[in-house]
Design a protein around this ligand. Structure first.
Ligand code: ZN
Length: 499
């Protein structure tokens, strides 16, 4: 195991460089003074380049080959075999991209992000269009360089959801859409729950304390993590012993801080739950965006927006915010936090309509990448799809095609993972529910340990050892399915809206 051990040492140093870059990025979003932007960009670029050189180094290739021979006799699911397998996979991808293309993408997406921010502000799609055309062309070039069997989209999706194919996503999304559109229409015909109680003005420190108390109950480990403020909530990790989350607090609207905290804690508990033996191996992190999102949404929505959860916590919330909530019943509060309403903006969408926003983007990305749609025709295509799926036509491109930052970053193939997360969360929840003999009663008693430990055992501890498809196979014996989430949505929202 001489080569394997040397490989581990090299990868440990590589992981340290990547972690250092992640600390700088975290700091940039939280505490860095605004004047430090340019210096920080240099520091990050240097560390990222260093990491890229360490990973694509020729000596590492030879070492990987020799290590692969050494672990050939090991169990295919052992840490050793999987460390080599995942490193080979990721390195193959990294060396397939010519450095000229990597540099072009870095430069053009940096310009596109600035252009996007201005274009969105000014509601000026034509100003963003040339940048979008350039980024799309480079992204398609990237897909060609990475290679694919069926569609270039597969190569892009693989960056965020290894092993998943566009055809699989297309199939489950079609099933999801067939049921979702009528459900949204049926809900739209019902009287709207009043959510004024969520807009009564809430002390920011009290909101912060309540959220942190809940995630401490969930099992977020504050000795190995912390929460800070940022403009956009996120989670990041530097090791299994240092996982950071952020949230934003809105004095005039209760949900963002509370549910943002629960959401990011779901991501963070995944990272905190990885087997420490995988630290500094390149596998000590969540396996894909879809599986990551399954963890955040499970804790935020399936647990945090459930009636059982609020049977446990509502009296505490009422005590903390007695002037605002004293006259609001548990049922009315629960209806308010689960209000469903078709809207134009994805990030403000409720649990049910959210998936329709994602599907629209997935369909448009497929059309763009496969050459059926020109970027110039995007606004019309976008608006028609919103009208079809949600019954709303955007009043402006700022509230339409310009609303998301992703495409300016070159993140094509990323959006579907949000909905994959929803679907996977329900598949995992159902299995945990039958293994644990009823999660709802435990949640009502404020007992989150059994669910957290189940997730740790079946999902978290493996880090990146298994892809989403492999994890689902191990846990459920099958693949990705829309049925469990549809079942969950029909039951929950059927009861809430008396359908
Ligand atoms: Zn998330």
């Amino acid at each position: 195991m001489e080569s394997f051990n040397e490989l581990r040492e090299r990868v440990a140093r590589l992981s340290d460089v990547r972690a250092a870059a992640a600390v700088l990025s975290w700091d940039q979003e939280t505490y860095m003074p605004s004047g430090a932007g340019e210096a920080r960009a240099h520091q990050l670029a240097t560390l990222q380049q260093l990491a890229h050189e360490m990973f694509t180094d020729d000596e590492l290739a030879g070492l990987l080959d020799r290590a692969a021979a050494e672990v050939a006799g090991h169990d295919a699911d052992s840490d050793e075999a999987r460390i080599v397998k995942v490193l080979v996979r990721d390195r193959d991808k990294a060396v397939k991209l010519p450095s000229r293309l990597v540099a072009d993408l870095a430069r053009e997406t940096a310009l596109a992000q600035q252009a996007w921010a201005q274009a969105r502000q000014a509601n000026d799609f034509p100003a963003f269009l040339p940048h979008l055309e350039t980024v799309m062309a480079l992204t398609i070039e990237k897909a060609e360089a990475l290679g694919y069997e069926d569609t270039p989209y597969d190569a892009l999706l693989d960056e965020y959801e290894p092993d998943m194919r566009a055809s699989e996503v297309r199939t489950v999304f079609a099933e999801l859409r067939d049921e979702l559109v009528p459900l949204v229409e049926a809900i739209a015909d019902c009287p709207k729950p009043d959510d004024a109680c969520l807009r009564a003005g809430f002390d920011e420190n009290a909101q912060w304390r309540f959220g942190e108390a809940v995630i401490a109950d969930f099992g977020f480990d504050f000795d190995r993590g912390r929460q800070d403020r940022s403009a956009h909530p996120f989670s990041t990790n530097f090791s299994t012993t240092d996982v950071r989350i952020t949230t934003r607090v809105d004095h005039d609207f209760l949900p963002p801080a509370l549910f943002g905290t629960l959401h990011e804690a779901g991501h963070a508990m995944y990272e905190q739950g990885v087997d420490p033996a995988l630290d500094r191996t390149g596998l000590a992190s969540g396996t894909s965006l879809g599986v990551h999102e399954s963890q955040s949404r499970l804790w935020e929505n399936m647990v945090g927006r459930s009636h059982a959860f609020w049977r446990h916590y509502y009296s505490k919330l009422q005590t903390d915010f007695s002037t605002q909530l004293a006259g609001v019943s548990l049922d009315d509060f629960h209806r308010a936090i689960n209000r469903v309403e078709p809207s134009l903006i994805r990030v403000e969408a409720d649990e049910v309509t959210y998936n329709l926003h994602v599907m629209i983007r997935f369909e448009l990305e497929l059309d763009l990448v496969e050459g059926r749609l020109a970027p110039a025709d995007l606004p019309d295509a976008w608006n028609s799809k919103y009208e079809q799926a949600l019954g709303l036509r955007p009043d402006s491109d700022a509230n339409g095609v310009l609303q998301d930052i992703h495409w300016s970053f070159g993140l094509i193939g990323y959006f579907p993972t949000y909905s994959l997360g929803n679907l996977i969360s329900a598949q995992l929840y159902d299995r945990a529910d039958s293994d644990l003999g009823g999660i709802e009663a435990q949640v009502e008693r404020g007992e989150f340990g059994p669910l957290r430990d189940w997730l740790r055992e079946h999902v978290h501890r493996h880090g990146s050892k298994f892809s989403a498809t492999e994890l689902l196979q191990r846990i459920t014996g099958g693949g990705l399915e829309a049925g469990p989430w549809l079942n969950y949505a029909r039951t929950k929202f059927g009861q809430l809206y008396g359908l």
